[in-house]
Write a protein that binds this ligand. Structure first.
Ligand code: MN
Ligand code: MN
Length: 490
């Protein structure tokens, strides 16, 4: 059942034009009809059921975990239920262990069977943060008899996609006395929601239509409509702001100043959905990169008797450059490796930890842009990802001449594709898009700092970074299988 898009690429090229350096003695390209079958066409009835079952679990996970903290809390609950222990505490971690940092960064460790004199890990990393709008520290104001909230961009989103749609507010407020007040507004069916207004088409010519896209939607105009009923006596001023403050106090016991120490995130309201007349797809917010988070933790928890010790790290702050105490540029990889070695009976000194990391193998599990039939011209069709054709092995990301790419070594690419091929993984080789059209990066670059072998691999998705990203149920299942094979066979 093994197939790779690399083979497909050769077939495609041979159909359209003869490769210039064709070797006449080389074997003819494989039959296109065979190599271009998607996962759907190769599933047995039992596998089909497994695909559906995993997709339903995933859909519920997406609906329940819309912030990086909610993702970490859910994964921690699963790990604890599987018997994982806190690596920061003394004592054994026979089933496995976890390490968290600031509630937004999570590492999991599963011990390996054979631990030689020179330890190393099989490591998968993904990120839990997604593009969104945060509330500014001072965000309450009134204008034209309405009460509004000021938002701040987080990550690379297309601003117009966030207007005129239902939004929910997730997060918490930290109080000076140490208490935390959880906020979740607009998520349950029947709850009121929040929204950002847009201008009607009848009047948009000067402010939007005649402008460049980037200028037509200034970030400072992404103001959230929050109240419209004034509070207090008609002689009072600022009655809409007063209404906002009253609700804060009555509903959550908060003052305006308390919002200065809050993490409140505006996310698309409502559940993830099945998509398509055939219900073969999943649509929802935050699939970049929660699809990798979900299949990564499944693969780690399900891995039976792995030879090598396994690590999974769920980073925060990837969408804004991986900087900060909970990003991939922090020292968390080293801390987790040291804690894991310690639990495995090693002296976790600097040399042991750095050598173990340098000898480790990693997959940076992040989503890839799938070929969109409506916007085909941004992709190099020989090297693009297709929905339903499995996880994408991405040798390098970056832009402008591989700038910012860690780039996997050819030997490591060979090693990983060998593991996939010998474990019935349907996968594809892809690159993000055409050169000089833009670019992107992943945490692979930060991991490569440790000298380990790393390659990007993840499910292809459509409408990346939008409020409603699209993935294929078949790809979700196959990506879980691919990470499972990497964990236990690499
Ligand atoms: Mn992203
Ligand atoms: Mn990502």
């Amino acid at each position: 059942m093994s197939s790779s898009f690399k083979e497909d690429s050769i077939s495609l090229a041979s159909n359209k034009e003869k490769p210039k350096s064709a070797n006449p003695s080389a074997a003819p390209p494989e039959d296109d009809s065979e190599t271009r079958l998607s996962i759907w066409e190769k599933l047995t009835p039992t596998q089909f059921e497994a695909v559906e079952s995993l997709a339903q679990d995933y859909r519920h996970f997406l609906t329940k975990a819309k912030t990086e903290r909610a993702v970490v809390a859910q994964l921690l609950a699963w790990a604890q239920a599987a018997g994982f222990e806190d690596l920061a505490q003394a004592g054994p971690a026979r089933q496995g262990g976890y390490l968290t940092h600031h509630g937004k960064l999570l590492g999991l460790f599963k011990p390996g069977k054979a631990q030689g004199a020179k330890p190393s890990f099989n490591l998968v990393v993904a990120h839990a943060d997604s593009p969104r709008l945060d509330l500014k520290p001072r965000c309450l104001y009134e204008e034209s008899d309405l009460g509004l909230l000021k938002s701040n961009l987080y990550g690379g989103l297309k601003k117009f996609q966030w207007l005129a749609r239902p939004l929910a507010l997730w997060g918490f407020v930290a109080l000076k006395d140490g208490r935390q007040i959880d906020v979740r507004f607009g998520e349950e069916p029947g709850d009121p929601v929040l929204t950002i207004t847009d201008i009607l088409p009848h009047l948009d010519s000067k402010v939007q239509r005649d402008k460049k896209l980037i200028d037509a939607f200034p970030a400072e105009k992404l103001n959230v409509l929050a109240v419209s009923k004034p509070e207090g006596s008609i002689k009072d001023k600022n009655r809409l702001k007063k209404a906002l403050k009253d609700i804060l106090l009555k509903r959550w016991g908060l003052t305006e100043d308390d919002l200065i120490s809050s993490e409140l995130e505006l996310v698309p309201a409502g559940p993830a959905r099945e998509v398509g007349l055939d219900a073969s797809l999943i649509g929802g917010y935050g699939q970049d990169d929660r699809v990798s988070v979900f299949v990564g933790v499944k693969a780690l928890l399900e891995a039976q008797n792995p030879e090598k010790p396994l690590l999974l790290i769920i980073f925060d702050r990837e969408e804004i450059g991986s900087y900060g105490a909970t990003g991939a540029e922090s020292n968390f990889v080293t801390r987790l490796a040291a804690a894991a070695l310690n639990k495995s009976g090693f002296e976790a000194d600097w040399l042991t930890v750095t050598e173990a990391l340098a000898a480790s193998q990693a997959i940076s599990a992040d989503v890839e842009a799938a070929l969109d039939p409506t916007f085909k011209d941004v992709h190099d069709e020989l090297n693009c990802a297709r929905l339903g054709f499995g996880p994408c092995l991405v040798r390098y990301t970056g832009g402008a001449g591989k700038y910012g790419a860690s780039e996997a070594r050819a030997e490591y690419m060979a090693h990983v594709r060998g593991i996939f091929d010998s474990n019935d993984i349907i996968w594809q080789s892809s690159l993000l898009g055409k050169q000089e059209y833009g670019g992107g990066g992943t945490v692979a670059l930060s991991l490569a700092f440790h000298g380990l072998s790393v390659v990007d691999c993840g499910a292809p998705i459509l409408s990346m970074h939008s409020p409603f990203e699209i993935s294929s149920k078949a790809d979700i299942w196959m990506t879980r299988n691919a990470l499972g094979a990497f964990y236990t066979k690499a």
